[in-house]
Design a protein around this ligand. Structure first.
Ligand SMILES: NC(=O)c1ccc[n+]([C@@H]2O[C@H](COP(=O)([O-])OP(=O)(O)OC[C@H]3O[C@@H](n4cnc5c(N)ncnc54)[C@H](OP(=O)(O)O)[C@@H]3O)[C@@H](O)[C@H]2O)c1
Length: 282
């Protein structure tokens, strides 16, 4: 490997991860791109090496860390970016247990496994840990209870870890994208429809009007491009004294304003924005 600084990015096959890999490679980093399968868009990019990495598999994560260590040796890593993530959505009452587990396995346990395996390389490289959060970590959303819980847990874990790693001067940073145009919504929509199809129809029917309203609100949502998110991660990665939270341009910034309001008012506003106000039990 060349003397360039090296970064690991998980969930690099598409969306924000892929944009970040490309941005980092253009800036001269060696990028280890964690992928679960094929990643044709990354093949042959200068400075990019793909690494097989399913974040939910601790043994596989350890093996990936060993593979990266063999390449970087005592230069270690400049950063690990825990980007892999999924959305599990729907009324919590009818979310199947396996889906609930998948949400936390990918979004919460996954970053923990990756952190455990790669910390020695961050220590060696004087590097930092960057965890990709979501606005739902600070303002949980109805019908996104699994996602909200998984990202809030990731944020809490990041805060604890920041204090644990202070002695080594390893910063732990959260980056919060807003609503961003990636395939994550199509994938989560398909999974939610499959879950609803398996649920007790008498119970899922209770939420028909809620889900129709949320669907209309989602259709109105404007999705931002991936590149500003990638640039925000680069800022977090290169800042001499990084902040604990970077919020990408776009609607995530509204969440900061929302969280300053009293909880009851905030929840009324969220219900209003999603078109849930006034829906009564049927
Ligand atoms: N898009 C948004 O509006 C938004 C907003 C806030 C936060 N975020 C966060 O941004 C991050 C990236 O999301 P995105 O929007 O770019 O979604 P995306 O396009 O669906 O990308 C997510 C990536 O995670 C990977 N992944 C899923 N399960 C994995 C596993 N078990 N092990 C390793 N990789 C796995 C996916 O790989 P496969 O292709 O193999 O499934 C995919 O490459 C996530 O943490 C997400 O929560 C996104």
């Amino acid at each position: 490997m060349s003397g360039r600084e090296a970064v690991l990015v998980t969930g690099a096959a598409g969306g924000i991860g892929q944009a970040l890999v490309k941005t980092l490679a253009e800036r001269g980093y060696t990028v280890f791109a964690g992928v679960r399968g094929e990643a044709p868009a990354l093949a042959g990019l200068p400075g990019v090496r793909t690494v097989t990495l399913d974040v939910t598999d601790p043994d596989g994560v350890e093996a990936a860390a060993k593979q990266v260590e063999q390449e970087v040796r005592d230069r270690g890593l400049r950063a690990v970016v825990n980007n892999a993530g999924v959305i599990v959505q729907g009324p919590l009452e009818v979310v199947p247990p396996a889906e609930l587990r998948r949400q936390f396995e990918v979004n919460t346990y996954g970053p923990a496994f990756v952190t455990q395996a790669f910390l020695p390389l961050l220590r060696a490289g004087g590097g930092r840990l960057i965890n990709i959060s979501a606005p739902t970590a600070r303002q949980p959303m109805p019908f996104l209870a699994p996602l909200s819980g998984s990202k809030a847990a990731l944020a809490a874990m990041s805060t604890a870890l920041r204090m644990e790693l202070a002695a080594w001067g390893i910063p732990v940073v959260l980056v919060e994208p807003g609503s961003t145009a990636t395939e994550i919504f199509d994938k989560s929509g398909a999974a939610a429809r499959a879950s609803l199809a398996l649920a007790d129809p008498r119970r899922s029917a209770l939420y028909a009007r809620h889900l129709a309203a949320v669907g209309r609100a989602q259709a109105r949502q404007r999705l931002a491009p991936v590149d500003p998110v990638a640039r925000t991660v680069v800022t977090a990665l290169e800042a001499r004294r990084p902040r604990r939270l970077y919020v990408a341009p776009g609607d995530a910034r509204l969440i900061g304003l929302l969280t300053r309001l009293p909880v009851r008012l905030r929840e009324r506003l969220v219900a209003g924005i999603l078109g849930l106000t006034g829906i009564k039990a049927s």
